[in-house]
Design a protein around this ligand. Structure first.
Ligand SMILES: [Zn+2]
Length: 154
């Protein structure tokens, strides 16, 4: 779980570049701040190339290699999720709360969805005796109506 310096739980809405950098155990740089700001503001699960394009708007001199390095260190520390859909490049999600991803077959748009209130993975899946779920990664595919927003975009 991501927490702030006082130990309070950090959600996507309360995460800051300073908290992310501290958790990743790396030094704050202008480049890292730009990449993390882009990630925290992006609800569309961008690719590394899209993050690079957006980071350049904040910091024009930033290099693609720097963006990749920053993303990789955040993903390695599980501060962002790396999504591997089989039909394209990796995409990234800074939503640190348990959730799964739904991809629209036609547009490749991806939204976050949470388990219904009060449900746990154990309630939903036929898990073998003794299996304990510690984290959840699932990809669902289908149709997402145009006007449907991710829980976090609302
Ligand atoms: Zn997500």
């Amino acid at each position: 779980m991501l927490t702030d310096p006082t130990g309070k739980k950090v959600t996507r809405r309360t995460a800051t570049p300073a908290i992310m950098v501290r958790k990743a155990g790396v030094r704050m740089t202008r480049q890292r701040r730009a990449v993390i700001e882009v990630l925290l503001q992006s609800y569309d699960h961008p690719t590394a190339a899209q993050i690079y394009e957006r980071a350049k708007e904040i910091l024009p001199g930033i290099s693609l290699a720097t963006v990749y390095n920053c993303i990789e260190s955040l993903a390695a520390q599980r501060l962002i999720n790396q999504l591997h859909f089989d039909n394209g490049p990796c995409r990234f999600c800074p939503n640190v709360e348990p959730h799964v991803h739904v991809m629209d077959d036609a547009s490749n748009r991806v939204i976050d969805v949470q388990l219904k209130e009060g449900l746990t993975p154990e309630d939903v899946f036929e898990l073998p005796e003794g299996v304990r779920v510690k984290s959840m990664e699932a990809y669902l595919r289908g149709e997402i109506p145009e006007n449907c927003m991710s829980e976090k975009e609302k």
